[in-house]
Design a protein. Structure first.
Lengths: 285, 317, 285, 317
């Protein structure tokens, strides 16, 4: 029995091959026992390719058992633009996502403890409309930031997102400014903000709160670019390097502080948090 | 005119006729004065008619019109004593996003904006107004300089988007935009942002976090281009008009949604036809807001900006 | 008659050719009438190549007539290391420079007016030991910065320097930290600091106060790099581009705000100074 | 040993003899114990003798010794729980200048330093500890992070100089160093700088503006390399020893000149021979200063640093 049990939900999001016993690794293309994969925290036992996690799985993996306390769980998308596209109304997609994931939005926020250290966290879930940044997502990320600011608790956001949510049009874009306003306030008050980038963190999320952490941590091999690969190829008419836009690419280019294996993520977060010197210096004369 | 807009045909035809008549008249082969006057009135009416019923997709076309004024035009038309300041002090100088000290009437400001070219050659130099990270970093540097010198910041937004290129990614297009959003949120001087043409996604917002966000009537501002949206959500770029409609990217829609604070009206016929008139209106609207914001204390100003962007978005709780 | 008369001093520093009537331009290699060159502010009338100016010439050109008031003129080099090299003692070189230039150090500092605007300024003179950054230079630049800070007057430094002054060893290096400490304090107090880079501004001066201006202005064609061209060529075994390390090169690379012709320098400084909003915002609630 | 220093020959010969004898002894072919003891005492005496009379030029050679401990060694020997943080958030990650959170005893610090390699391969990756602008910008980023987290900064200086390359110039080596000097002057947390090997000019000072500047006994710190100085002022690189003498680049001279605050003694024989002993001494000296600086208020700290550097230099008035 792994660190969390297989769920219907997860099965939906993994690309299954042939039967229910094997899973095909998207990294090395090898077939590995599903159970081995799950037991290894959704990391390929052969090549260490990091598969996606649901928010619940990430929370289980990160916080001391029973310490995660969700906030603002009831926030869910409205349909401010009465948006209907070629595949139907936005509201239907939202309902499908809600049913599929059991979540109300693409991020779960709350407080929890990491080896005893109390923090505020946002954990995105890619299954919910591709982890897109909707008004509800932005609201939850901002409220959690405000809570962290008020209580001087470190803030950690685990990103997993394809970018802004088109169905909310410009309001989705505005969530980039909204969430960053929260991060700015945290910084003003000298409250730590750690950003964890998981596969994928792109578009409007990468261009707002995901890359302005005090420390930007990424999982190995995660796609963490801004523009879409195809858009770039069309624009510059040029082949892109293999590791383009991966964590490793951006580590070398100076935007990622460290790449951390999922197994070591909790301990690394704890170590970084331990350097936050809450006591403060004397500011007198 | 390089590109004629279909829906402008009635206007264009009348304009051509009138031009010919005026030419005749100016060469002494006159006698058309009363016809000219009639046609002028008719032209006015046609312009109003066409521009009254304009669709979002047509607005997109106006916003991208090759004759639509660009930042350089506004700098000449309404600003004085512009001192351009180059460079991000780190990697390069972006020609697609420029800035510097400038006067608007009696207000000293730091002017920053996307800068499309007016012809192919200039557009290549200016990368069609699509900035790389060094453009956003230059913008931030100038905003901090404005903070030091206690100058309000005025930004002009007109870009299809941040440049999607290999080099732009390498140098952290995402980080550069995210950093600007973060720092603009707490900048201790007033910020007035004006969407003048295309407000393309993160590349627009990257200099768009304003205490006041203004928009020219026929500008657009959107999370994604209609073409891109149609390609993804309709799986067919030919649905761009539908996407433009759905995205609510016109100034009127954005005012409704609370994303912009005021529309700067353009004459019927658009800014590409009446650049000076448009610029004059813009000048007075921007000045009005600069004066209002200038009366606020720094603390109040920053608190207001935080509240403003905190309130963006609609959700159910 | 030009804007300043020919002096013995200037004649020493220009590379004369053939006779006393003509001067050979180091930019276009053309022979131009000396008088034309002087009348044109030591700028080649044919190619606009900017020749060097003495501190006195720069001051005449920049400040309203009769407004420049020198400070700390008596500061001059000591010989802290009792330095003697292959060509003799440092003290002798200092004496030669003092006699040749009539200056006590490689920088002249003081207050003056630019179209009526009161500023504090430092003006380096390349003739004095190659404009090198000695202890006296650093002290004068810092004192002037402190004066500007105290009186909330904009500070302008015209640099012209080959770098640190080896003959003062580590103390010369420390002038880089010392001068920058003054610039930092100006910035803290929101007092403008404008750096004007003239040919050449290299080494320890380029790597201290010369490139950290609120606005960095350069004269056309000025050499404003850090490391010496030959050192770089030896290190990387590669030919360097023609415009390497010029003002134009660093404008394109993002480190220079604007390149300004000598004729327009005063007016440009005045225009920039006019944007300093001394009145200040309300900082209350 | 790749490089034997001439003046160390008496030491090296004794060391080799001793090594052989000990090897014999360890293989059971004994009987040399008393000889070994005699030679050990002799070696001690010779080391002391050689290192007592060391010249500046010999010090230069020790400071550059390929076995001299580098930052990575100190990280292993005296720091714990190092979390390396990469990148300047702008262009790249410099491998020649590294940094991150670290513990020194019970003190949490931000550790930043030049990082020479220990072999050719590593030296190529780390560019022989010669940083490019992105190294200095990473250093500054980490210092600002230290300021936010209220951690003192400890810097380790060991570089021939900032890298003199085309790319380094393009990206503003001068600006990067000048910016660091400016920002370090006002950083609101304590800074302890330690010159551990080569303190090469602006490249060293770029992370060297400390409230306290310490120096290993046989390290050097100079405005220019002796070779460079000889080449310019003697027009002949073979005068390097004279230049080394004239430049006053040893720890004793620098203490006299008021440029450093304390010498960290090395055992006779040098840090390359006694790395752990050297590291232990360094640890206690750095800790002592961290504790003293930690007791100061921020205002006092910054005022002291300003005064300290204001007082640098000697001139006549
Ligand atoms: Zn695999
Ligand atoms: Zn010439």
């Amino acid at each position: 029995m792994g660190w969390f049990s297989k769920s219907e939900v997860r099965r939906d999001t993994q690309k299954l091959s042939r039967d229910d016993i094997w899973i095909r690794c998207q990294g090395c293309r090898a077939h590995v026992f599903k159970q081995d994969y799950y037991d290894n925290l959704n990391v390929c036992p052969k090549c260490s390719w990091h598969g996606k996690l649901t928010a619940a799985e990430r929370i289980n993996l990160t916080f001391d058992a029973g310490t995660f306390d969700e906030m603002n769980a009831s926030i869910r998308p409205s349909d401010p633009l009465s948006f209907v596209d070629g595949k139907g109304p936005y509201t239907e997609k939202v309902e499908q996502s809600r049913v599929k994931t059991g979540l109300n939005e693409s991020v779960v926020t709350g407080t929890g403890r990491i080896n005893g250290v109390q923090v505020v966290a946002g954990v995105m879930d890619f299954r919910f409309l591709g982890g897109s940044l909707g008004s509800g997502t932005g609201e939850k990320i901002l409220r959690a930031a405000n809570y962290a600011c008020e209580h001087k608790l470190p803030y950690i956001v685990f990103s997993a997102s394809g970018g802004a949510r088109m169905h909310e049009g410009i309001l989705s874009l505005m969530q980039m400014a909204k969430t960053c306003a929260g991060i700015a306030r945290l910084d003003e008050k000298k409250v730590p903000y750690i950003s964890v980038l998981t596969d994928p963190t792109t578009g409007g999320v990468s261009a707002s709160y995901a890359l302005v952490g005090d420390v930007n941590i990424a999982e190995p091999g995660a796609l963490v670019g801004f523009a879409g690969r195809r858009v770039i190829e069309v624009t510059i008419k040029q082949k892109l390097p293999d590791n383009f836009q991966t964590s490793e690419f951006f580590l070398e280019h100076g935007f990622i502080d460290c790449i951390v294996h999922r197994k070591e993520m909790k301990q690394t977060l704890y170590r970084i948090l331990s350097y936050y010197n809450r006591s403060g210096r004397h500011h007198g004369t | 005119m390089e590109r004629e807009l279909d829906f402008e045909k009635p206007i264009l035809e009348l304009e051509k006729t009138l031009e010919k008549l005026r030419h005749h008249e100016s060469q002494g082969r006159g006698g058309h004065r009363s016809l000219i006057e009639t046609l002028e009135k008719q032209l006015d009416a046609v312009r109003k008619e066409v521009y009254r019923n304009i669709t979002p997709w047509q607005t997109v076309q106006i916003a991208r019109h090759p004759h639509r004024p660009v930042l350089r035009d506004y700098i000449e038309d309404i600003f004085t004593d512009f001192v351009e300041l180059h460079g991000d002090r780190c990697f390069g100088d972006d020609h697609g996003l420029i800035g510097g000290f400038a006067m608007l009437g009696d207000e000293k400001v730091m002017l920053i904006g996307h800068n499309k070219g007016k012809n192919v050659e200039e557009n290549i130099k200016r990368n069609f107004g699509m900035s790389r990270p060094e453009g956003y970093r230059k913008a931030l540097r100038l905003m901090r300089l404005a903070e030091k010198y206690n100058l309000p910041v005025v930004t002009f937004i007109d870009t299809a988007g941040a440049f999607p290129g290999l080099d732009a990614e390498e140098r952290g297009q995402h980080e550069a935009i995210g950093r600007n959003l973060t720092e603009m949120a707490r900048l201790q001087v007033p910020i007035v942002a004006v969407v003048t043409g295309e407000g393309g996604s993160g590349g627009a917002l990257g200099i768009g976090v304003g205490d006041v966000v203004l928009m020219l009537q026929y500008a657009i501002y959107s999370v994604i281009s209609p073409e891109g949206c149609a390609g993804i959500l309709w799986r067919d770029g030919s649905f761009s008009a539908q996407a433009a409609e759905a995205l609510k990217l016109t100034s009127a829609s954005l005012l409704d949604l609370g994303v912009i604070d005021e529309i700067i009206p353009e004459p019927p016929g658009g800014a590409h036809r009446f650049p000076q008139q448009t610029a004059d209106t813009m000048r007075s609207v921007v000045l009005k807001h600069l004066k209002e914001l200038g009366a606020l204390t720094t603390v109040k100003l920053c608190a207001r900006r935080f509240e403003k962007f905190s309130a963006m978005g609609k959700f159910i709780e």
